[in-house]
Unconditional design. Structure first.
Length: 434
């Protein structure tokens, strides 16, 4: 009878897995990204086992030295990852046995792959959040620089994509700074909530060994151990929260990308992207396409889809660990990598773009964008009820449309024919100014 090839758990089995079973059961192609965190967690666990005299110092030092060698091998690209060993945990443990012999088997004392992977995942997500926050900070710095530089450069503010009121380019850029600041705070909150250590939960019910969970939690930079061992191995709400934070940040980037796309058209002419962040057409030689912005806009679908994917995986799982949770990592890795790319792309586009200030000012002078200021003036200076002021302003705008002129080009007598109390002081609110 064929022997099971997986010596890590194969004692119960007589036959090896079918080829398709091996393929569907393997996650090494995905969770290989965990290798640093897996070694980090294993070293902390080993040090705890030594401290608690669960394993000897001699055996523990061999394990720690072997883990360091594996880390060097992976960094050097000489480590062979094997599908038959299923995941990053078994690949590392198998190699450890090749290096130091049967002593390697002592590393898994008082530990299960369930609490091991939960710990690795939290460590990785915490590191990913730190990297994303750094990229958000960089983009915010670019936005702040643009906001300060263009604090007095007038442009139209839009509602319904119609010119509404005059604003400044600086004010517009500052709006995205604040959106990203909320995105950053969501990631920071996620990092705080996930910062509890699952190690010691073992499969789900803890372990009879005299372990020190506070030691491993502190060693790995966690605030404390997770309070409930069942929850420790089965909870993935931190991953859902991370995916939501990524999706929400991507949504904000998509809105900014959409505006870059619109502004780069000849019809708007507000922005010129550098050649570094544009592409051409295979048939139309005149084209300069904002493809980076369009791709950022498009990748929002991936970020949203990854969130829905994991929420769907989780929605019907009974406690505690189920193999369905093998599907938890790929959407998280993909959202992280996608959002990193989008943040860098938007930052690069804005940092190298030039803004057509004259075109923005000219556009702000169209569409009667000072009409609201006119209505407010009628309320504040003439004590008209706002609804009456709104009606009077509408009539004056209609008059300007009929004369094909701007509001500040109307004669005072024309406006007085609508409301005889209007004085020449009204002209101070009719022209565009920062």
């Amino acid at each position: 009878m064929a022997q099971n090839t997986n010596t890590m758990w194969g004692g119960r089995f007589s036959n090896k897995p079918a080829d398709i079973m091996e393929q569907i059961n393997s996650s090494i192609d995905v969770d290989v990204r965990f290798w640093k965190q897996d070694i980090q967690g294993s070293k902390a666990h080993c040090e705890m086992l030594i401290k608690q005299k669960i394993i000897s110092t001699e055996d523990g030092q061999k394990i720690l030295k072997g883990l360091d060698q594996i880390s060097d091998e992976i960094n050097a690209g000489s480590f062979e990852f094997k599908t038959a060993l299923e995941d990053i945990h078994m690949n590392i443990e198998s190699r450890l046995k090749e290096i130091i012999g049967d002593v390697a088997g002592r590393l898994h004392t008082a530990r299960s792959r369930n609490d091991q992977v939960a710990t690795d995942f939290r460590l990785w997500t915490r590191d990913a959040i730190g990297n994303l926050i750094a990229k958000i900070n960089s983009l915010q710095s670019t936005l702040k620089s643009l906001s300060n530089k263009h604090a007095k450069n007038v442009m139209p503010g839009f509602t319904h994509l119609q010119a509404a009121q005059p604003i400044t380019l600086g004010m517009h850029m500052d709006a995205y700074w604040h959106m990203l600041n909320r995105d950053k705070s969501r990631l920071e909150d996620c990092s705080k909530r996930l910062n509890k250590c699952p190690l010691g939960a073992a499969a789900l019910a803890g372990t009879p060994y005299p372990i020190d969970r506070n030691f491993t939690a502190k060693k790995l930079g966690f605030e404390m151990p997770m309070e409930n061992t069942i929850d420790a191995v089965s909870a993935r709400d931190f991953a859902n929260e991370f995916l939501f934070s990524c999706a929400q940040t991507g949504l904000h980037l998509s809105r900014l990308a959409e505006e870059i796309i619109l502004w780069a058209t000849p019809q708007f002419g507000f922005i010129t992207l550098s050649d570094q962040w544009s592409t051409g057409s295979s048939i139309m030689p005149q084209k300069k396409n904002p493809d980076a912005a369009e791709l950022v806009r498009g990748k929002t679908g991936r970020l949203n889809g990854n969130l829905i994917q994991l929420m769907t995986v989780m929605k019907g799982l009974p406690l505690a660990y189920n193999k369905d949770l093998q599907e938890d990592k790929e959407p998280v890795f993909d959202s992280y990598e996608t959002l990193c790319l989008c943040l860098d792309a938007i930052n690069g586009m804005l940092d190298t773009a030039s803004f057509n200030i004259d075109a923005m000012k000219s556009s702000a002078e169209m569409g009667y964008t000072t009409a609201t200021a006119l209505a407010d003036w009628l309320v504040m200076e003439l004590d008209l009820p706002f609804r009456d002021a709104h009606h009077v302003t509408g009539m004056i705008v209609k008059m300007a449309e009929n004369k094909d002129c701007k509001l500040d080009e109307l004669a005072l007598t024309d406006m007085q024919s609508v409301e005889n109390k209007i004085t020449n002081k009204i002209f101070k609110v009719l022209s565009i100014r920062p």
